[in-house]
Design a protein around this ligand. Structure first.
Ligand code: HEM
Length: 182
């Protein structure tokens, strides 16, 4: 039973992320155009085979070239984290990084959704959909520390599937965006 629940969490997080990405891209056609443009210029899909052939040798490096898609994905994972809230419990008394004292067996709720919409952490434009937030001036991907971009949690129990799910989501999203106008 536990195994089934864990499997569902892995699958449902990815599908929730792709659903939000579709909505954000559909309501921001200029972002969709930029993503399609970079798929064409960086992956060079062959027209007759659409994108299928390109993906016969897909790898992480190829997918990292799609910086606008990466930015759009991070924005949707950040604005609408598929795991919006989590809870942890202390085994023994401790002091949190915030300097709050907690006793043993204290249950704590982590509001990931709220933390990723806090102006004090992310700045004034924290509610806007801005994929360029994740792109550095030189055009590469901007990395945010996991204790700031908390969608996959941070520390020793953070998501083990993070890198894999990014590759999976990029493959699915790029095939859809290349072939369809959402
Ligand atoms: C968008 C997709 C995903 C999101 C947002 C996500 C998010 C998370 C979060 C927040 C946790 C921490 C849970 C906690 O501390 O209670 C977690 C744990 C985990 N995730 Fe993911 N996840 C995603 C996809 C995946 C995929 C596709 C896999 C496997 C292929 C995976 C494997 C795991 C595993 C094994 C853990 C447990 C790590 C541990 O407890 O040591 N995740 N994930």
């Amino acid at each position: 039973m536990m195994h089934l629940v864990i499997l569902q969490i892995r699958r449902d997080t990815t599908s929730a992320a792709l659903t939000w990405l579709s909505w954000l891209v559909a309501t921001n056609p200029s972002v969709e155009n930029k993503i399609r443009e970079e798929i064409i210029t960086k992956l060079h899909p062959k027209e007759d085979n659409r994108l299928r052939l390109c993906f016969s040798n897909v790898n992480d490096l190829e997918m990292k070239k799609l910086v606008h898609l990466h930015g759009a994905l991070c924005e949707s994972l950040w604005l609408f984290p598929p795991v919006p809230i989590q809870h942890k419990a202390s085994l023994q008394p401790d002091i949190l990084p915030s300097s709050n004292n907690i006793g043993a067996n204290t249950r704590m709720l982590l509001g990931l959704y709220s933390m990723e919409r806090m102006e004090t952490i992310w700045g004034k434009d924290c509610l806007e959909f801005k994929p360029e937030r994740w792109i550095i001036e030189q055009g590469g991907i901007k990395h945010e520390p996991s204790y700031k971009f908390v969608t996959f949690n941070s520390g020793p129990r953070s998501c083990l599937g993070k890198d894999m799910t990014f590759i999976q989501m990029k493959i699915i999203a790029s095939v859809i965006i290349y072939n369809h106008n959402i």
